[in-house]
Design a protein around this ligand. Structure first.
Ligand SMILES: NC(=O)c1ccc[n+]([C@@H]2O[C@H](COP(=O)([O-])OP(=O)(O)OC[C@H]3O[C@@H](n4cnc5c(N)ncnc54)[C@H](O)[C@@H]3O)[C@@H](O)[C@H]2O)c1
Length: 419
């Protein structure tokens, strides 16, 4: 948040329920804080006003204060209620770790101290959450389960759901917003780790490292470099990026260091990203595909990006090129990969993420990958959604997720709210 650069929303709904407020100001600040109407007016300036319609109790009692935060685009906002020390909200809270973590929770417990108990549910499906989660003051969600309507509607006093990770496509964040529950993510815990994995996968494919290792282990002869022919020098080859955000940008810098010609397609980053990174921006996804010797995916999973890589668009790539997906499984229609490898259209692919994780054994990609008679056996790399992983990244993810919940329990301004 950058106070002073945000515009004031002309009309705000009071998210706690019955009451609503409207605000306008001559000098709208990004953050307003106070415990009375007078205090708000003094912050807003002479011409400003906060109009309270059905004043919420906290503004009348004098024991509480609220913080109103406006996002840069002036649309998203957050209203946090600060409650005095005698309030019941200072009772020990309950924070649930919905899934993924099955360890001693030392990082989480150290972060919360006396503020809250931390309970790990280690759920494998959403059905296991309804009931146990109802009592949550905050929820930490990883990527094993999804949070949808049947769970969200039961959260009566949840102050934050934090997606301990980047992508938040496993939570109905729109419904959460309607219910007044902020959803935040942890955008930066593993930026460099995912970029390193993408580049690692790219190198092992394009240099023939994986192919040669796999064939020799299977006694496919000759014991000779010619098995990987043709391998092309990477300097000057095009590394194409879909989605030039944090990880895409980090991958771009790494590919540049290898001397590659880096291009990206991302309709949502403002002009200038190409200049700050020293890479080329392309206007259409087809243009990017047509140029890319390596196509590396770094966009979110949205209706727009679902199956962006499919049987038709793989045909736009230069023959013998490579696809690396460390973003989200649904971006690639993986059913098309075995045939593309068989025909030589793809020289290989590296898939860290799949639409269903873990996948079923009869998934066509896995069937080809496990079949010694299919070229995908030697040319396809499959990893278990592990590109994020480093000990440091995992620690960051848990620490930052816990800190986000701690802020919510204390009524402090939240960060990285996505809804
Ligand atoms: N494999 C893993 O372990 C792992 C770990 C972390 C993140 N991820 C995934 O990596 C991806 C990138 O993460 P990030 O932190 O860089 O996110 P980010 O939000 O910083 O960047 C995503 C970029 O994609 C762009 N984008 C959105 N829609 C697009 C479209 N239709 N076409 C092209 N670009 C589009 C956005 O403008 C943005 O610049 C996400 O999908 C995230 O879920 C995977």
């Amino acid at each position: 948040m950058v106070p002073g650069k945000m515009s004031l929303s002309p009309s705000l709904r009071w998210i706690n329920g019955a009451s609503s407020i409207a605000a306008r100001g001559s000098k709208p600040p990004g953050r307003l804080q106070g415990s009375s109407r007078t205090e708000f007016q003094s912050v807003l300036g002479a011409g400003g006003a906060i109009v309270l319609l059905n004043s919420p109790p906290c503004l009348c009692s004098g024991t509480s204060a609220i913080t109103i935060l406006f996002s840069r685009d002036g649309r998203r906002f957050l209203i946090t209620q600060h409650v005095g020390p005698n309030s019941s909200m200072h009772q020990r809270g309950k924070v649930f770790v919905a899934d993924f973590l099955d360890c001693d929770l030392d990082i989480e417990r150290n972060t919360f101290g006396d503020l809250a108990d931390v309970i790990a549910l280690n759920a494998l499906s959403e059905d296991q959450l309804a009931g146990p989660l109802d009592d949550a003051d905050a929820v930490m969600l990883y990527h094993v389960v999804s949070l949808g309507e049947k769970t969200l509607r039961r959260l009566s006093h949840c102050k934050l759901i934090v997606r301990c990770g980047v992508g938040y496509d496993n939570i109905d964040w729109r419904l959460a917003r309607e219910l007044g529950i902020p959803v935040a993510n942890i955008p930066d815990y593993g930026t460099e780790d995912v970029a390193d994995s993408a580049i690692g996968m790219m190198l092992t494919l394009t240099r023939g490292i994986h192919l040669l290792n796999s064939r020799l282990r299977d006694r496919v002869m000759p014991w000779h470099y010619t098995q990987a022919q043709p391998v092309w020098r990477l300097r000057g080859r095009v590394f194409g990026i879909v989605g030039c955000g944090r990880i895409g940008g980090a991958a771009a810098l790494r590919a540049k260091a290898l001397g590659m010609d880096v291009a990206f397609y991302d309709p949502y980053v403002p002009d200038g990203r190409d200049k700050s990174l020293g890479i080329r921006r392309l206007e259409t996804v087809e243009e990017l595909f047509r140029q890319s010797h390596v196509l590396s995916l770094h966009c979110p999973n949205t209706p727009e990006t679902r199956h962006l890589v499919n049987a038709a668009s793989v045909g736009w790539l230069p023959k013998g090129s490579f696809v690396v997906n460390t973003a989200r499984g649904a971006i690639v229609d993986t059913r098309c990969l075995p045939d593309a490898i068989l025909s030589g259209q793809l020289g290989g692919a590296a898939i860290d993420v799949l639409e269903d994780e873990p996948p079923h054994d009869d998934h066509p990609l896995l069937v080809a990958w496990r079949d010694p008679n299919h070229p995908a056996y030697h040319r396809l790399i499959v990893n278990p959604h592990s590109a994020f992983y480093s000990e440091e990244g995992l620690c960051d993810m848990r620490t930052k997720g816990s800190q986000a919940c701690r802020r919510a329990l204390l009524g402090l301004p939240l960060r990285n709210v996505v809804n």
